[in-house]
Design a binder for this molecule. Sequence first.
Ligand code: F6P
Length: 371
Amino acid sequence: MGGAKRIAILTSGGDAPGMNAAVRAATMVGRALGCEMFGIERGYKGMLEGAITPLTAADVMGILREGGTILGSARCKEFHQREVRDRARAQLAAHGIDGLVVIGGNGSLTGALKLCDPEETGGTPMFVAGVPASIDNDLAHTGLSIGVDTAMNTIVEACDKIADTATAHDRTFIVEVMGRDCGYLAMTSAIAVGADLALFPEQGKSEDAIVAQIVDTVLAVRARSKKAKRVIIIKAEGVAIPIDRLKAQVDARLREKHPDADPSNIETRVTVLGHVVRGGRPSAFDRLIGSRLANVAVRAVVAGERPVMAAWMPPAPPPATIGKQAAADPYCWLVDLKAVLEETENLLTGRSALARWRAGAFEQVEDAQRS
Ligand code: F6P
């Protein structure tokens, strides 16, 4: 069956470094395959407004190294409504678009799947492929999403700097990092930084347990004979205790234990990295997987595959592949988009084997560090 000929690309949800690499590759590969390529501005919001314009090679020249996304991005809650999606489909039809490459995370790919749902399209073909892009790494059936590597490097760089000043003053820092409901960034960056403790939602710990764990960690480090007594704790934003409250409780407990200590020395300091983690030039690796995933995604749309997501080395054996590795790239797989979204739900609610493996593997690293 023939696939799409006029393909639109959009970036949606939280931007991720490397999205531009994906936009560039999808445009270049689609054009090389003889398709007309279009860009949709500001994700589904722009789709609803008909902000759909041709993408030429010149438009994507030089964007590979830029952070953010040249197409712009947005969150579009109203896309959950059927009537809103009908308006979006009408815009696509008016522009003659029959294929979509959606670069984004969980919500964006959910919108993509709904958009091509045969129950809604009334038989008009719409070929859709997702490209996983979210610093949170909370999409299932892909080893990595675009943006994760850069975000991890940003966190590591920030924590290395914090460690310098923490060491100079023998201080405790709690560093909060993005990741929405997923602890991946907190866990992996904690390993890369050599943090003393990582807090992430998959642990499912109570507030009291978390406070106690931080206090125990601080006391254990301070009891060491080594000169440096700095403590670095990485907290995922998905751990639902507001960071100010956490600081207040930890400080109160530490003051109880050390009534004579200099407060400027014993009190914790807090750094919330926030959106800094999402910005910056994409790492070489994010440029690479952005390009490679977009390459196989656009080829899937042109080949007329059913709704898929291009995946980067999914955990073996790839459970939701549509039967083959993407012929164009031995490290990329085409996975069924519906299966991705179902398993992503399991990942976020801690029911997936992968979520349990991640948390378990991290606990092992922590145990080894403590021994
Ligand atoms: O999903 C990416 C992400 O950066 C999350 O880590 C974070 O919770 C969220 O987006 C922030 O969203 P916004 O920029 O809309 O506040």
